[in-house]
Structure formats: structure tokens, C-alpha cells
Design a protein around this ligand. Structure first.
Ligand code: ATP
Length: 479
């Protein structure tokens, strides 16, 4: 996939009503997007797939916790102290960058130079960039000139920047609860949905009489004040997470991690139609692990702009539960009545972003059919916003009435569209771009023998099918 592929996907998203730039009439708000009619349906189908996949396990239950929680939650979780990205400013033009992002846009010789200055090895990977960022931050006095002396280019100006020493930038959005800024308490918009699960886990466990191992699944908005928000909806400041936190006995953490790694990658190929070749695992090296993690894998997708994380699978140990216990003074231990054992369960987290999955699905499905000069969204049937378009060949001779009857019948099972505008070829092509799986045409023969033409989106194959067999045909031929 080339970078152009992304531009084409973005343009299709606007044209067909999947995603619109936010506040466009006011010049737009950077990294904010609105989901249009087809986008809402696609997003909903992806999240429903995820929800079904998780809650079909009888020991996984749902939760919908608040976006705003007690501020101590973020003290305990370490987000106030640690949820930071190192950043640097170019003193010349005041442009601000996330250090690892800036480094990812530099030539190898620049990174080699920084590694030499810091006496670390350049493994040519993102972990090396993370390591450099951390050193720039933690030893900012010693390395205050390192970026400039290594010749780090400002991507905006194309010149070597005059870089400030790296400083921390907390990614949480802070706001005020209550009528007065002075008396109200500062609160944060949640940067992850996970903490809402941890602080409720004993209430969930008790109310549902769950036994370890069990999981709690949640879908909801999260907010991060990203320094660099780009690549369309890949990285935005407001996004939706789908997280499942799995509570296990501490002795079973590694086994559970392997289980979920396998399950999650299967989900992408079998439920979202992603080819195995476009997916890979990336294990975090020990020094690049988050403060709470013992082991961490990302699932990465081969986006048009390179490999990018779509999901994190983390062994968060008992870190969060113990920290909440310390700060709240409340017991966060699970009691196993059968074994008469009390312990803090380990947590295996699977955390994905709905918007990133949405972008991944579109990048995978977008196809330019050179032979037939058309653009096709080869979406899996279950994800297609509309499953069929119903078209009377002409707007007369009783064809629209018959087509409306068929629309009613098919639409009662599968979401469909009715379209009588333009030539039949144009109508099909319009829907190919929107991912609609089948085109059903009603013509004069329909009135004679009660059959219709059904056209498949990907193969463009057309078949004559009896009206009473349309639903059967769809269920036999859906991809
Ligand atoms: P990244 O390294 O890309 O910033 P992360 O490691 O901080 O991601 P996690 O904290 O593990 O991400 O969050 C889990 C998932 O949430 C990610 O895999 C991604 O799908 C999604 N996600 C995180 N940040 C964003 C964002 N700013 N915009 C959209 N989705 C996001």
C-alpha cells in the first residue's frame, strides 16, 4: 500500500459519508473527525463484532463506567506522574514535536549519532527511538544539545532545528468539576477505559458471582492530548477504546497472555477480513515497557504509512489493584472461597482503538479495479453498511412498485437501499464504492416470471434469481 492509498481512502470517506473533517465551516479542528451515515454503521458493526467476540465467553461480562472519575484514580494508576510524552520545541519557529515522532522522520546517520552520544545500540526500531527519548528526558542537562549537534532536521522547515531540552508533556485533559474554577476539584477526562474496570472489579465480581479467571469488557471514549495527531483517524485526541481486562491467578499470567494473543490475532483475520500478511506482533523490549507492565505485545497493521499499532496486549500484573488499594485504603483482594486464598489477581489486558480498526478495515477493503474502471470497498458482508441496493430498471411500468415490495422484504432481514436514479451501471458503481454487497435489479422480466437479477459486488457476476429465493441467495453467497 502506498501513501497515496491513504489519501484515496480519506477522499472516499468524505465523498461517501464515512468520515467528515470536524468543524469544517470554521476551518476545521485539527485531528477531530465526525462519522457520517455510513461511518456510523461501519463503526457500530466493528464494535458489535468485538463485543460479541468477548461476551460469548461465559466468564466475560460488560461494564460502562464514567469518563470522569475521582482524580485519585489517576494518581494511583501513575497517569499523573508517568503519562507523559517527551517533547521538544524548535526555538526558531516555535514548532513543537513529540521526540520519538521527530526522530522517526530523521535519516539513519542522525539516529546513529544520537546512539553514539548516548552509548546505546541502534537497532533501527521504535524501541531505540523510545530509549533515546527517555534518555533525553531523564538526563536533559547532559544531553540538552544532543538533537542539534546530531543534526536533527525540523520536518516543517527542512533545516536543522535549534532544539530545546526535552521536557515532559502530560497527555491527560484536565478540567474542572463544579460551578467555580477556584473551589471545584480538578478532574481529568479518562485517557483509557481500563481504570474504570479496575476500580469496579470487586463490585462486578460479587454481583455476578464470578470466579477467577474472569474478564470485564468495556467500550467507551478516551481522551489524550496528543502532541502529534496525524494520519487521519489513526491518532486523534478523542477516540474510542475497546478494552477487555482479564483477571487471573498470578501463577497463570503467562499462559493467559499466550491464549489472548492467539485469540486476538484470529479476530482480525476471521471477523474483520484482514489478511495475515498485513498483521504482525511487536514485543516491547524490557526497557521500553510501560511502568505497570511485565510483558507487552502490540498487534500491528501494515498501514499505507507503515506498520502501526492497532491493539496492545499487556500483562499489567497486580500493579493497578495494589496501587488503588494503597491510595484508597480499601481492600482490593479477591477471595477464593474454595481454596480459602486471598490475593490480588494479575490482569491481562487487551486494548484496542475502534477508530484505528475502522481505518485498518477501510485500508484493507479499498480496491481500484483497473479493468472495470471502478473503485470497490471489498468489505466483509457483516461490516458493509448496506447489504444490498434495490434498483428498478426504469421509473415506470410498475417496476418501482415491485421494487418497493422487494425492498421491504429484503430490508426486513438486511439493511438495504432503494435507488432509481441514473443508469443501472452507475447505480452499481456508486454502491461498489460504498461497500454494498449486492445489487438487485427489477426489470420487465420480473413482472412476467417473478425473478430478479442479483449482481455480486466483487466478482460483478450477475444471476437470475426467483424473488422467493433472494434471501436464501444472499445468505448462501455473502462473503
Ligand atoms: P501509541 O503508541 O500509538 O500512542 P499506545 O501504546 O499509547 O499507542 P495504548 O495505550 O496501548 O496505546 O492504547 C490501546 C489502543 O488504543 C491502541 O492500540 C490504539 O488502538 C488506541 N489508541 C491509543 N491512542 C490513540 C489515539 N490517540 N487515537 C486513536 N486510537 C488510539
Amino acid at each position: 500500500m502506498s501513501k497515496k492509498h491513504l489519501d484515496k481512502v480519506i477522499s472516499l470517506c468524505k465523498r461517501k459519508g464515512f468520515v467528515f473533517p470536524n468543524s469544517e465551516i470554521y476551518g476545521g479542528l485539527k485531528a477531530s473527525y465526525d462519522y457520517g451515515p455510513l461511518g456510523v454503521d461501519l463503526k457500530k458493526s466493528i464494535s458489535e463484532k468485538w463485543w460479541e467476540e468477548m461476551t460469548r465467553h461465559s466468564n466475560i461480562v460488560g461494564l460502562d463506567s464514567s469518563i470522569m472519575v475521582h482524580p485519585d484514580v489517576w494518581e494511583a494508576s501513575g497517569h499523573v506522574a508517568n503519562f507523559n510524552d517527551p517533547m521538544t520545541d524548535n526555538k526558531d519557529n516555535k514548532k513543537r514535536y513529540r521526540v520519538d515522532d521527530l526522530l522517526s522522520q530523521q535519516k539513519t546517520k542522525v539516529i546513529d549519532d544520537l546512539c553514539r552520544q548516548m552509548s546505546i545500540q541502534n537497532n533501527n526500531d521504535s524501541d531505540t527511538l523510545d530509549r533515546i527519548s527517555t534518555i533525553l528526558l531523564t538526563q536533559s542537562d547532559k544531553f540538552s544539545n544532543a538533537l542539534e549537534s546530531a543534526g536533527v532536521i525540523d520536518p516543517f522547515s527542512g533545516n536543522i532545528g535549534k532544539w530545546t531540552a526535552a521536557t515532559q508533556f502530560n497527555l491527560m485533559f484536565k478540567t474542572n468539576a463544579g460551578p467555580s474554577e477556584k473551589t471545584g476539584k480538578s478532574i481529568y477526562l479518562r485517557p483509557e477505559t481500563a481504570q474504570g474496570i479496575y476500580i469496579n472489579y470487586l463490585l462486578v465480581q460479587n454481583s455476578m458471582r464470578l470466579k477467577v479467571p474472569f474478564g470485564i469488557a468495556q467500550i467507551g471514549k478516551a481522551f489524550r492530548n496528543e502532541i502529534v495527531a496525524r494520519n487521519f483517524i489513526f491518532r486523534t485526541r478523542e477516540f474510542e477504546q475497546m478494552e477487555m481486562q482479564y483477571f487471573v491467578h498470578p501463577s497463570e499470567d503467562e499462559q493467559s497472555m499466550s491464549f489472548w494473543k492467539e485469540k486476538r490475532i484470529d479476530f482480525y483475520t476471521s471477523e474483520l477480513g484482514i489478511s495475515q500478511d498485513n498483521l504482525k506482533f511487536h514485543q516491547h523490549s524490557e526497557d521500553a515497557l510501560a511502568h505497570y507492565a511485565k510483558d507487552a505485545f502490540d498487534i500491528e497493521y501494515n498501514f499505507p504509512f507503515g506498520w502501526g499499532e492497532v491493539e496492545g496486549i499487556h500483562n499489567r500484573t497486580d500493579f493497578d489493584l495494589k496501587e488503588h488499594e494503597k491510595l484508597s485504603g480499601k481492600n482490593m483482594m479477591y477471595f477464593d472461597q474454595v481454596k480459602n486464598e486471598k490475593y490480588h489477581p494479575f490482569i491481562i489486558e487487551t486494548s484496542t482503538g475502534l477508530n484505528r480498526l475502522f481505518l485498518m478495515v477501510l485500508c484493507e477493503a479499498y480496491f481500484e479495479d483497473e479493468v472495470n474502471k471502478r473503485t470497490v470497498l471489498k468489505l466483509p458482508f457483516d461490516l458493509a453498511p448496506n447489504k444490498a441496493v434495490i434498483c428498478p430498471l426504469l421509473k415506470k411500468d410498475g417496476l418501482p412498485e415491485k421494487a418497493q415490495n422487494i425492498f421491504g422484504m429484503v430490508n426486513s432481514e438486511h439493511k438495504c437501499l432503494y435507488d432509481e436514479q441514473g443508469s443501472i451501471g452507475k447505480r452499481y458503481y456508486r454502491q461498489d464504492e460504498a461497500g454494498t454487497a449486492f445489487g438487485i435489479t427489477i426489470d420487465h422480466e420480473t413482472l412476467e416470471n417473478d425473478t430478479v437479477t442479483i449482481r455480486e459486488r466483487d466478482s460483478m457476476k450477475q444471476q437470475r434469481v426467483s424473488c422467493d429465493k433472494i434471501l436464501q441467495f444472499i445468505s448462501d453467497n455473502k462473503i
